[in-house]
Each structure stands twice: as C-alpha cells, then as structure tokens.
Design a protein around this ligand. Sequence first.
Ligand code: CO
Length: 351
Amino acid sequence: MKIKSVEVLVTSPGRNFVTLRITTEGGMTGLGDATLNGRELAVAAYLQEHVAPSLLGRDAARIEDTWQYLYRGAYWRRGPVTMAAVAAVDVVLWDIKAKAARMPLYQLLGGASRHGLLAYGHASGPTEQALFESIDEHLALGYQAIRVQTGVPGLASIYGVAASSTPGIRYDYDPARPASAPTEEAWDTRAYLRHVPEVFESVRNRYGGALPLLHDGHHRMTPLQAAKLGKALEPYDLFWLEDCTPAENQESLRLVRQHTTTPLAIGEVFNSIYDYQSLITEQLIDYVRSAVTHTGSITAMKKLLDFAAMYQIKSGIHGPTDISPVSMAAAMHLGMAIHNWLFTIEGVAGV
Ligand code: CO
C-alpha cells in the first residue's frame, strides 16, 4: 500500500473546498478534506509544497504513525493551517483502509453505537417573524433540534443571522470573494443581552418546551456577560450555549460555569486536542465542538472524545457549510462509532 500520488484539488467556486486525493501503487484511492474557511489556499499550498512530497513511498496503512510523522516532523506544531493539512491526510488514509477492508469506516472505529445521528438546523432571521419562518422551514425539512440566531433591534446586520429567510440567502460570509478583508459590524452587547432572552421566550411560547434549542454567542462576550446570559436563559432550557466567550481565553469559562447551569459548548476554532485539557479535566464544558477537519481528524478526535467521555462530556462536532461533504462523511463515521455522540452539522435550509 505504498503511496504513489498525492493531489490537491480546489473546487466549488465561492466555497473553495480543498480536497486531498491519494492513490496507492495498487490503485486504491482515498479522499480527505482540508478546507479552512477563509484561508483555504494557505492549506492548499502547505499540502502541495510541504506534505505531498514527504508522503510519496510511505505505507498508506500506517495511519497513527503518519499522523505523528506529520505532526512531530515539522518544527512548527499545531496551528490551523498545519492541522487542517494533517487532518486531510488522516481522513484519506482512513478512507483507504476502510476500502481495503471492504467495510464502512465506523466498523474499523469499533462498530456502530447507534442507528442514526441527530443533527440540528441553524435558523436565523433579523426579525421575530423572519426567525419563525426560518424555524418552520427547518422543522419542515425534518430537523429535530434548532439553533436560534436572531437580529438585535438597532443593529443593521449581525454575523450568523441571514438577511432574510428567503431560501438561498446565506447567513455567513463568502470565503472566496476577491478582497477577503474582515467584515466590520456595529455591535451593542447590552442590547444583545436584553434581546436574546425575549426571543427565547417567544420561541418557547410558540414551539413548546420539548424542542431542543441551541444558541451561539460567536465568542463575543466577556465572562461576566456570558454568565449573565447563561443565567437569563435558564428558564428556556437550552440544549447548549455555544462559544459564549473568546475561545483563546479558556480560563474565562470557569467564571461562566460557576454562575449558570446552561450547558456550554466550545472548540470550533481550536486546532489541537491539547487545547481541551483543562476544559475537560475541570469539566468546564459539556460539548466538544471541534470539526474533524480542524482538530487533527479522526485519529486525534477519537482520542479526544474518548477522553471527554470519562468526564461525561459529549461530542458536538462542528459541521458548518464551509466544511466539505468529505469531512461531513468522516464526522458521521466517527459519530456512529463513539459512545458520547450528540450533535453535528449546521444544516442551513436553502443552502
Ligand atoms: Co460556533
């Protein structure tokens, strides 16, 4: 199973999915995803220039060894570009191994722990009416859990909230636009903190208490603000409050944790399983939010989620629209196998 060729394919204009294809001397092929939203071409260059040449002639069956070779072999460990590249190779090698074994990948990871996988839909709208329309649309599509994102009175536009509920209107940015300057938006935390509990009150009144509801704070709050929001949302029984504080300051979650029983999820911008050490051992979170693409892939995520399981922490694998179907498939195989699966995939109606 020696590796004969390594190809980097950039596809899907407007999205820039970065796909890695490896072919062995025996003619087996596998696919992996290296899409790093907004910085896709940096990973494509890293794979092309630094990773592809080092893989030629290696045994494609050596998955753990190749992960360590790529991770430890570079002076610079971790970082989103490096880890997306390592993850792409890892998914390719698992794909090849499963094909060689003639089994679905989840069988090689320990076999199925469940019959199917629960996913939530991302519903959003600038007004209450538009939000209700978006929720209705997702429920009609069969989603059994809803992430609720809302506009805030007085603020023109907000990241994570679609401008309208018209099908096809994206709620996020266009990663492949020519000038990738950061979007600058006006923001008012006090207005946001006043408004969000009112929205959840309306949503609960309309849809009842049983529907699992989630909310993403997009790393905007200070620890005190996040604690306040978590407390204010307790009557609405959130499934999770996600990314309430900036992820790079992990200690801040201690204060949030001490003040609210609203479950917490974080990790979509982490690029290493080591980022989770204290969050897991101190039980500061309830859900691991990493994507297979961005945190070192199946080999790393399996270790991370088994470690998390010892602390009753579950998976909430990140699956936004800027992760390619290859990574979605990898996440689903991992989710089928692990015992502490809960959610993944932000299905967006109309996209
Ligand atoms: Co998030």
